[in-house]
Design a binder for this molecule. Structure first.
Ligand SMILES: Cc1cc2nc3c(=O)[nH]c(=O)nc-3n(C[C@H](O)[C@H](O)[C@H](O)COP(=O)(O)OP(=O)(O)OC[C@H]3O[C@@H](n4cnc5c(N)ncnc54)[C@H](O)[C@@H]3O)c2cc1C
Length: 404
């Protein structure tokens, strides 16, 4: 009997978790996993690479460590298009892949919302390479300062004070002394600023925790401004408007980093799949509404949260649960059984403000901050590593400096 062909696009949190479940539980399957990289990225740590707190190899591990030969064939290549009707996937430099079931887990990319100059003059943090590029760019500016004395070289402007922007400015604030040494200045000369159009910060946290975050960052000399809508990005300047006073303010900076939000992979749009910002509104079982053999999960999927009346946010924690549910639903379908609905119960949300500081809310609503919250963040990250890469990767790449 011919084996059932399952394609998995993307070896991020969602794709790798689905792969692990299918490899251990599905019978008579032939899995093809495709990713443009040979390694899995811990995307939740990109800000640490961009800030120079850790090297890229600390947040990556080989996909081959998770692949079971004989069941799964891994292809390192870029997916360009999905043809749901023909049940094929187009891949750069390869024959198209055919499938009986498909899991689309192609993740996110930075979204500029069409703001003029953002693509040309601001740096994204979309993957390990672009995160490394942010660090290299800033270091080059600091080195250049030694001779040019251009004050803008010491300035970083982070556009977007969401989760990513706040984690990034927290990590950078911690490294000010290291940056200052490179430029030959004092830590107080390094200017870190984060701006956002929203009137308040981090809506997923109670306002007292968001206030704590801003105060702690200010203590380390990092400024966060709300109600600053970005009009335009020029070479070395962000032009924003104070949303309350309508005053136009220019933020000059040698390094401009873009963290205003994310969209799903462009492969969704290239494939003509109906979506909003490349996120497909999937069924409660995570299937494409137009093809029940295609599952769309992680940051390329949108599922309504009945409680909030809004789609669930894009997080690694949710991507992992989706990976599990999609794999189990394929197995159920192969066995002629009814699949399960996606449900997510948050164990807690934590936003780091550097290595030893953070804010968080546990699943039961308990608020945490400071050292305790930062230790909790590391435990959550280690759990993700264990779920996708197993004990080996958790021990090799995990964060065990919980008590500092
Ligand atoms: C700085 C930062 C901090 C974050 N912090 C947290 C946090 O604390 N907690 C949390 O839960 N979430 C956090 N997130 C969000 C989290 O990282 C994402 O929600 C998560 O990565 C989504 O997982 P995914 O599997 O859908 O996609 P991804 O992790 O993006 O994986 C997608 C995979 O697809 C591959 N791929 C993409 N396009 C192609 C293509 N065309 N062809 C082949 N392969 C392709 C990529 O190489 C990648 O391996 C953070 C994100 C950032 C950027």
């Amino acid at each position: 009997m011919a084996k059932t062909k399952i394609g998995i696009l993307g070896a991020g949190y969602a794709g790798l978790l689905a792969l692990k479940v299918l490899q251990s539980k599905a019978k008579d399957v032939e899995i093809t996993l495709i990713d443009r990289n040979s390694y899995h990225n811990e995307a939740t740590d990109y800000h640490e690479v961009a800030a120079g707190s850790v090297n890229a190899d600390k947040i990556t591990y080989p996909i081959s460590d998770v692949v079971k030969p004989g069941i799964t064939n891994f292809i390192q290549a870029t997916v360009t298009k999905i043809d749901k009707a023909a049940k094929t996937v187009e891949i750069e430099g390869h024959e198209p892949m055919t499938f009986d079931y498909l899991i689309v887990a192609l993740g996110f990319r930075s979204e500029t919302f069409g703001i003029n100059g953002a693509t040309e003059f601001a740096l994204p943090m979309d993957d390990v390479e672009s995160s490394e590029a942010v660090y290299k760019h800033f270091i080059a500016k600091l080195e250049d300062y030694r001779t040019s004395k251009n004050p803008d070289n010491l300035k970083v402007l982070i556009a977007g004070a969401g989760f990513t922007g706040m984690e990034l400015i927290g990590a950078m604030a911690e490294n000010k002394a290291k940056y200052a040494k490179i430029a030959g200045v004092t830590p107080d000369d390094i200017e870190l600023t984060c701006i956002d159009a929203a009137p308040s910060l981090l809506p997923m946290f109670p306002s007292d925790l968001a206030d704590y975050a801003v105060k702690r960052l200010a203590k380390r000399g990092a400024k966060v401004y709300t109600s600053r809508g970005i009009n335009e990005v020029k070479d070395g300047v962000v032009v924003a408007q104070n949303m309350e006073t309508k005053e136009i303010i220019e933020f000059p900076a040698g390094t401009i980093i873009w963290t205003t939000g994310v969209s799903g992979s462009d492969v969704i749009a290239n494939s003509g799949i109906e979506a909003r910002r490349n996120r497909v509104m999937v069924t409660s079982q995570l299937k494409d509404p137009e093809n029940d053999k295609v599952y769309i999960i992680g940051d390329v999927a949108a599922v309504m949260d009945a409680e909030s009346g809004r789609p669930y946010p894009t997080t690694a924690q949710i991507a992992l649960v989706m990976g599990h549910v999609a794999a189990m639903n394929i197995i159920a379908d192969m066995n002629g059984q009814e699949g399960e609905d996606f449900k997510y119960v948050s164990q807690g949300t934590v936003c780091s403000l550097g290595n030893t500081d953070a804010i968080g809310v546990l699943g039961n609503g308990t608020k945490v901050k400071g050292y305790v919250a930062s230790a909790l963040k590391k435990i959550i990250m280690n759990k993700s590593l264990w779920e996708t890469g197993g004990v080996k990767e958790m021990l090799a790449k995990g964060r065990f400096d919980l008590y500092h």
